[in-house]
Design a protein around this ligand. Structure first.
Ligand code: PEP
Length: 254
């Protein structure tokens, strides 16, 4: 099965309106290439509306949030609902990022509730899973990831509304990257688990991204790994030149 590659940028808590020039550069620089791959930028919530307005002027890049609350509205000071993201122009939302799992105690149940909320609002969710260094060193990687995958997804997910991002916690923002062999082992396992749960055809359809210090210099090797259908990019997505180079690497190994 051919799965279209997706390169998603996670700006985390970075970006002011002055940063919109980078978005313009990404949009203009990807105009031709984006026909072959999907490109997504997930800025802080404050920039979703201006970026979505800018991108609707003719670009191919989509915009997403980095988190949402499970409720549609209500007394949840400081939270943003999936419907609000959608209203601001988002088409996607990242859920279960390891920084949210660690900083806000989000477990698989919470992620699953948020996933249902994202789908209720019509957003495509990028669900993150990943092992810590201690878990990898203890030989628990595949078990931990299998549990996170099983617990974070509800039964009705489909490849058109859900993307999985494998992000080893020890590789995020550290400059350390999982080796292509390690990524291949994990993605093969995840693909197998998806097939067991959702059936072969649906399981084959889900896009599996790799994330963790993806840079222009290592993107080609990672994108060439079997069952890697794109990347979730943190630091390197803040610079148009680097992000576009990663998009180009993905495009070249469609
Ligand atoms: C991330 O934030 O999801 C991420 C992978 O960050 P970085 O690329 O900076 O490691």
């Amino acid at each position: 099965m051919t799965r279209r590659k997706l390169i998603a940028g996670n700006w985390k808590m970075n970006g002011l309106t002055g940063h919109l020039d980078e978005v313009r550069a990404i949009s203009e620089g990807s105009r031709d290439g984006a026909i072959d791959i999907d490109i997504l930028l997930c800025p802080p919530a404050t920039l979703i509306r201006p970026i979505s307005d800018m991108l609707s002027e003719g670009g191919h890049v989509q915009v997403g949030g980095q988190n949402c609350h499970k409720a549609e509205k209500g007394a949840h000071t400081g939270e943003v609902s999936a419907e609000m993201l959608r209203d601001a122009g988002a088409t996607h939302v990242i859920l279960g990022h390891s920084e949210r799992r660690a900083d806000h105690g989000e477990g698989n149940d919470t992620v699953r509730d948020k996933l249902a909320a994202a789908h209720r609002a019509g957003l495509v969710a990028v669900v993150c899973i990943g092992e810590t260094l201690a878990q990898r060193e203890a030989g628990e990687t595949l078990t931990v990831l299998g549990d996170q995958l099983a617990g974070s997804l509800h039964d009705d997910v489909s490849p058109s509304d859900t993307v999985i991002a494998y992000e080893p916690v020890w590789a995020i923002g550290t400059g350390k990257t999982a080796s292509p062999d390690d990524v291949a082992e994990v993605h093969k396992h995840l693909r197998q688990r998806l097939g067991e749960r959702f059936g072969e055809e649906r399981g084959q359809g889900f896009r599996l991204l790799y994330g963790g210090s993806v840079q222009p210099g290592n993107a080609a090797a990672l994108m060439a790994v079997a069952d890697v259908d794109g990347a979730l990019v943190g630091g390197a997505s803040l610079k148009a030149q680097d992000f576009l180079a990663i998009c180009e690497a993905a495009r070249n190994c469609r």
